[in-house]
Design a protein around this ligand. Structure first.
Ligand code: 8X3
Length: 239
């Protein structure tokens, strides 16, 4: 697969990150990052079954040195990075102005936002060579502010929108493109952290992670002159 495009996915151990890695696997080399090695290895098996080549790079993306080391490992294995999908994310049970803690706010902002900045910083020179894409798995919460999504979570997702738009404004001349991808409710393990955990019937009408994976694959299939700036995907039941 020496000529295959190289994709780096963060948050690849579960949910939407895993689904994106699998949906994009056909004919690609896919590097898989996240904190849990065993989960990444499960994703690697799925990527290989879907026709891709996988490389497991365990990583806490909030740690800039760790990001630099993982990037160096990836480059020495496959020579370059062409595209990235940023899906590492965190929310916490205590998420309102009334009950959040400073430490938890920092953890959410670091995981959802700082980690994305660190990964983009690391790969930008590669993306300039490749005319590469950054697909940011964000959320409705970037612009729809509900009582339950959380202060830090919503703020981080709004900031990811700015990250995408500044990338497009500054890097279009180098062929780099960013997509701010905004799913509505998705049935993932994240839901267990909501103050009111949705029941089976509520979850049954939500998006599946695979729906988001398909959207990521669509964005990454865009030819070099085409940019999908923003993509909103809703479960029909969500209004
Ligand atoms: C809002 C984020 O964590 O409650 O949709 O699913 S979460």
């Amino acid at each position: 697969m020496a000529d295959a495009r190289v994709l780096w996915v963060t948050g690849a151990g579960s949910g939407m990150g895993r689904a994106a890695a699998v949906a994009c696997a056909g004919g690609r080399r896919v590097a898989l990052s996240g904190r849990r090695q065993d989960r990444l290895e499960e994703t690697a098996r799925l990527v290989e079954s879907a026709g891709g080549e996988a490389l497991v790079l365990p990583l806490d993306a909030r740690d800039g040195d760790a990001v630099a080391r993982a990037h160096a490992t990836l480059r020495s294995a496959w020579g370059r990075v062409d595209d990235v999908v940023l899906s590492a994310g965190l929310n916490t049970p205590r998420r309102t102005w009334a009950d959040q803690s400073t430490d938890e706010v920092r953890a959410v902002l670091d995981t959802n936002l700082t980690a994305a900045v660190l990964v983009v910083d690391a790969v930008l020179p590669d993306l300039r060579v490749a005319g590469g894409q950054v697909v940011v798995v964000s959320s409705y919460s970037a612009w729809r502010f509900t009582p339950y999504a959380g202060v830090a979570y919503s703020a981080s997702k709004s900031a990811l929108r700015a990250l995408c738009q500044t990338l497009n404004a500054q890097e279009a001349a180098h062929g780099v493109r960013a997509c701010h991808l905004c799913p509505g409710d998705v049935d993932t393990e994240f839901l267990a952290l909501r103050p009111q955990v949705p029941d089976e019937s509520a979850r049954s009408v939500m998006l599946r992670p695979e729906d988001v994976g398909r959207a990521v694959a669509f964005v990454l299939a865009s030819p070099p002159g085409v940019r999908v700036d923003e993509l909103v995907i809703s479960p029909v039941a969500q209004v």
